[in-house]
Design a protein. Structure first.
Length: 499
């Protein structure tokens, strides 16, 4: 699955009066105290915008997390996997995240639950639950929800029992369910979900046994022999196995990657140019006494991939799920929290293959090789907000502050823009922002209210380099509260918050 959302947009929150429920805690001096907490967390370059505790979601344990952006309203939602089911949280006002309710599990409670999204539907599996199958939920049902609600599944796929994970190639409309030993020997169980409410079995790949996690893409990387093919990068406990699944009835294993001191080949994600696979091993810290490693492999030749090197985090935390957005790796490393790494170091001459540029420790009470802390994260929202799940502390809504946090498609830092703060601030009527670009481009600036309805277009058209454009929003006569200004350009993303 390629980049889920465009990298080139930004979210600006404009409030006519201060929001009494707003939360934000800035990282300062290496520490931050999240909203609703009295405990300081270690940090570097990551602010905490908001938090929803497990108690607020009526749960005792969280695992996976994914995200959904409503294409009609632009509102952003976190989908949080809980023992008891799947929770839905509106994070479109990130300093005031709102729990909307949950979809109960289809079978007995499970610690291992995984979620992905396709065509405005969530697809959910759970492990160690022989009757769970795959739940399908229509996410547009979240529109207009104002109070915590218990939802019902929209459809159900029962050709599997309990499964560990699910991946979706949004380009083709196929889901890949893995880790269900009752189907396809725990390998790739392929499902046609092009009609989301009518999932249909499409094929199996089980030649390499059990698959723990997988990413499947329509290949557009440097190996032109496979351009346009559907290729899966499967993390199979003891190898990374690359499979051509274009023909679902006859999938073909292309190659494998084995790296030194492997214990449990766990999960991974491609860089955006599909040249490198960034992956992790869930057991090497405990088995070999190693520090946390993030592994880098060269997959530019799918028939002959090569392990390159491992980044040493200098911690003993177990690494779990990671994702790549732009040129950055967002790694959830249980007790060490969210770690953000720069992939530009791969082709550099520095001492390490990656470079850590920011982090936030979600659980300061957790240390070493425990399985407490951050399970996963979702870094693909247009707003730049990153949502993170913690097994004991629920949902964190984060705002990375490092330079170039949104990168251009070619891997370079996006061209600079300068957005001056609104004046007056706060505003009871007209408020003005000024946008100046370093590069001429088409820009669209639209204002939405807190319900996601479009209320004004501030600018739409071409804006020249160095040309200052005043953007005036007149709130006279409008209800007091939070407004969202979304500006979409070709090469920039910048945020300015006004209260």
């Amino acid at each position: 699955m390629r980049r889920l959302v465009s990298l080139f947009s930004f979210l600006l929150l404009v409030s006519l009066t201060p929001d009494a429920d707003a939360q934000r805690a800035n990282c300062s001096g290496g520490l931050v105290t999240p909203p609703g907490s009295s405990t300081a967390h270690a940090c570097d370059g990551v602010d905490v915008l908001g938090r929803v505790s497990l108690g607020e979601m009526g749960s005792q344990y969280a695992s996976d997390i994914w995200g959904w952006t409503d294409p009609d309203t632009g509102k952003e939602y976190a989908l949080v996997a809980l023992v008891e089911g799947t929770a839905f949280v509106d994070v479109s006002s990130p300093e005031a995240p709102k729990y909307l309710g949950r979809l109960p599990t289809h079978a007995p409670a499970s610690v291992w639950r995984d979620i992905k999204v396709y065509q405005n539907h969530a697809f959910i599996v759970a492990d160690f639950s022989d009757t769970h199958g795959m739940q399908v939920f229509d996410l547009t049902l979240l529109r207009g929800v104002t109070q915590p609600t218990t939802f019902a599944e929209t459809a159900h796929y029962d050709a599997i029992g309990g499964a560990h994970n699910i991946a979706i190639n949004e380009d083709t409309g196929f889901a890949y369910i893995v880790g269900d030993r009752s189907a396809c020997a725990g390998g790739l169980h392929m499902v046609d979900i092009q009609t989301p409410t009518e999932p249909t079995f499409a094929g199996c790949f089980s030649d390499d046994g059990y698959t723990h996690d997988v990413q499947c893409v329509t290949y557009d990387g440097p190996d032109t022999d496979y351009t346009g093919s559907e290729v899966c990068f499967a993390l199979n406990e003891d190898t990374v196995t690359i499979v051509d699944v274009t023909d679902k009835a006859n999938p073909v294993q292309l190659s494998q990657i084995i790296y030194p001191n492997f214990d449990y080949v766990h999960q991974g994600w491609l860089t955006e140019d599909s040249r490198y696979l960034i992956s992790n091993d869930e057991g090497d810290e405990s088995t070999f006494g190693l520090n946390t490693r993030t592994l880098v492999s060269d997959v530019s030749d799918l028939d002959d991939p090569e392990f390159l090197d491992a980044y040493d985090h200098g911690t003993r935390a177990v690494d779990h799920n990671l994702y790549v957005s732009g040129r950055y790796v967002y790694a959830s490393n249980y007790a060490a929290g969210l770690r953000i790494l720069d992939t530009q170091a791969i082709e550099g001459d520095g001492p390490q293959v990656l470079e850590e540029i920011a982090f936030f420790d979600t659980n300061p009470d957790s240390e070493g090789t425990t399985f407490s802390g951050t399970w996963s994260n979702y870094p693909f929202f247009e707003s730049g907000v990153v949502v993170v799940s913690d097994t004991q502390r629920g949902l964190f809504v984060l705002d990375p502050q490092f330079d170039g946090s949104v990168a251009a498609e070619d891997g370079t830092t996006a061209a600079a823009s300068r957005l001056q703060a609104a004046f007056p601030n706060p505003a009871s009527g007209r408020t003005t922002l000024t946008l100046t670009l370093d590069q001429a481009q088409e820009v669209s600036v639209v204002v939405y209210d807190a319900l996601g309805s479009r209320v004004a277009t501030l600018f739409e058209g071409a804006l020249g380099a160095e040309a200052a454009r005043s953007l005036v929003f007149d709130g006279s006569g409008r209800p007091a509260g939070l407004y969202v200004v979304r500006a979409v350009g070709e090469t920039f993303s910048e945020t300015q918050r006004i209260v």
